[in-house]
Design a protein around this ligand. Structure first.
Ligand code: ATP
Ligand code: ZN
Length: 286
């Protein structure tokens, strides 16, 4: 029987859609009908398990699944014997300490002898220990943000993305203790044939990520400006230059990275580039 790599992803929640999208962008197709627990890819040796995110680290440690996608917060909190293979760039949020907004905050020292409510007792207690703060930690599994209001705690430690939940519960963020995003985790003892499939998958994930951060750029320029324009364009190797039907003009093709994009476009324009077109890249193999 053909070996398959088994991946666990969140069944329904904040990471579900992006996890499915990532697999799809990697060209992996499967039928994920509603309420399915398991799906098999048609065109890649992959089996997909749909689980609660909290259970994924344990399943990966036990080898029920070979790899999984979870928030780094869950990976660190569960503290299982598994490895972090790659950060995936979605599901970004932060784990923060918050207090009632009318309370004054000066430094971490304020929390000495105080009570925290959190769903992340391990990450929080490590953080407090590292900062030599002695506080009491009350673990609760949901609706942490109401704990101060009902007198259960002086402060909370919870996930934040926009901060609007904190705000509506009369809280303010004082300290970020972890910046988190979705990560790919793997079992520590993957067999060789499964590792080979994992590497194929990682190769595709990389190509998708690289493409997302890069744009394809086309422009027209008079030939006497070409040298200057080519020196502005970083490109993968050197840019492609094709003659235009109009005499003494050329079309230049290259790729630019998202983070340098605007700066480069401005320089190109001031150096005589015209008709600049910018296109998304779907996949990029270096
Ligand atoms: P499950 O039913 O699978 O246990 P859940 O309710 O525990 O789901 P979600 O709220 O769907 O989990 O969050 C999953 C992950 O999404 C979090 O662990 C975190 O890594 C990430 N995330 C991104 N933004 C936020 C946010 N604003 N609040 C909470 N989690 C967020
Ligand atoms: Zn969960």
């Amino acid at each position: 029987m053909e070996t398959k790599l088994r991946i666990a992803i969140q069944k329904s929640g904040r990471l579900s859609e992006s996890s499915l999208k990532l697999l799809k962008e990697c060209g992996i197709e499967f039928d994920n009908g509603l309420n399915k627990l398991k799906a098999e890819a048609f065109n890649f040796p992959l089996e997909v398990f749909f689980l609660r995110d909290d259970d994924i680290p344990q399943y990966v440690e036990d080898g029920v699944a070979d790899i999984g996608i979870v928030g780094e917060n869950v990976f660190l909190e569960k503290n299982k014997k598994i490895q972090l293979v790659d950060k995936l760039g979605f599901g970004k949020c932060r784990l923060s300490i918050a207090i009632p907004k009318e309370k004054k905050y000066t430094s971490l020292k304020d929390f000495d002898g105080k009570r925290f409510a959190t769903s992340y007792p391990n990450i929080l207690s490590n953080y407090l220990k590292k900062n030599k703060i002695k506080a009491e930690i009350q673990e609760i599994s949901g609706s942490v943000e109401i704990a101060p209001g009902i007198g259960l705690a002086d402060a909370i430690c919870d996930l934040v993305s926009s901060g609007s939940t904190l705000f509506t519960n009369g809280l303010k963020e004082t300290t970020i203790i972890l910046n988190s995003e979705a990560v790919l985790v793997a079992n520590n003892n993957l067999k060789r044939d499964r590792k080979i499939i994992l590497n194929k998958l990682l190769f595709r994930i990389n190509a998708v990520r690289k493409a997302k951060n890069t744009k394809y750029i086309l422009l027209n320029a008079p030939n006497n400006k070409l040298q200057k324009i080519c020196s502005i364009l970083p490109g993968m190797k050197s840019p492609t230059i094709l003659p235009l039907a109009e005499k003494n003009w050329s079309s230049v093709h290259s790729v630019v990275e998202e983070n340098q994009f605007w700066e480069i476009i401005e320089k190109l324009k001031t150096n005589g580039a015209q008709g600049i077109l910018v296109l998304p890249i779907e996949k990029m193999i270096l």
